[in-house]
Write a protein that binds this ligand. Sequence first.
Ligand SMILES: [Fe+2]
Length: 234
Amino acid sequence: MVDTRPYRKFAPKSQPDYLHLPYVSTKKRSPTKPLILLPHTKTEVTGPVFGHSLVTAADSDLTRQHSGEPLGERIIVTGRVLDEEGRPVRDTLIEVWQANSAGRYLHKSDQRGAPIDPNFSGCGRAFTDQEGRYRFVTIKPGAYPWGNHHNAWRPQHVHFSLFGAGLLSRLVTQMYFPGDPLLEFDPIFNSIADEQGRQRLISKFDWETTQPEHALGYRFDIVLRGREQTPVEK
Ligand SMILES: [Fe+2]
C-alpha cells in the first residue's frame, strides 16, 4: 500500500518567488490567482521508475560521448542526494544539461555567435548509488548572455533534474560555481530571497574529488522533499 502522508511544506523564502520582477519571464509565468492546496494522493507521492539498462556509464561522462575530447576545463561534479531527514535517496535518476565551454547550447533556439563544440553535446544521465552518491565528468560551462535586460549574462551553471521517490519530490534546479562574479547580478539566482537557500545552489570546490593532471572537483549535495518522519512509539 502506498503511504500518502503529506510532504513537509517548504520553508518560507527558501524557494524562488513565483513573481520576481527582475526576472522578466516570471511576469507571464506566475499564478494570478490564489493557489489551491491539493491533498497528496498516490498520484503525487509515487512517480516513474526507470530501468538501469537505459543508462550506461558513458552517459555520466560528457567528455567521452564523441570521437574527440571537448574543449574547456574538465571537471568532476559529485555529491549525494538526500531527503529532508538526511537519508540517501537511492537509485534515483539525475539528468544534467549545460552549455559548452564557450557558453553555447547545442539547441536550435541557441543561435548566437559562440562556437558549437563538435565533441560536446552537453547532456548526461546517472543513477544514485546505495549511499545516494552520483558523479559526472564534464566541462566547465561558459557564461552566456540572455535577453532578460541590458547586458544580462547568466553565471556559469549546470541544469539538474531529479525525480526522487515521487512526482512531488521532482526537483529541477541549477548548480553554480563558487566565486562567480556574475551571481550577484543574476535575477534567476536572486529570485530566492533566503541567503542560505541561494548558497545551497553553489557547489564547493573539492580537493578530494580533484584528480592530478585530469580534472578539478566540485561537490554538490542535493536535498529532495521527503515524507514527514513520524516518530515511532516503542
Ligand atoms: Fe542554462
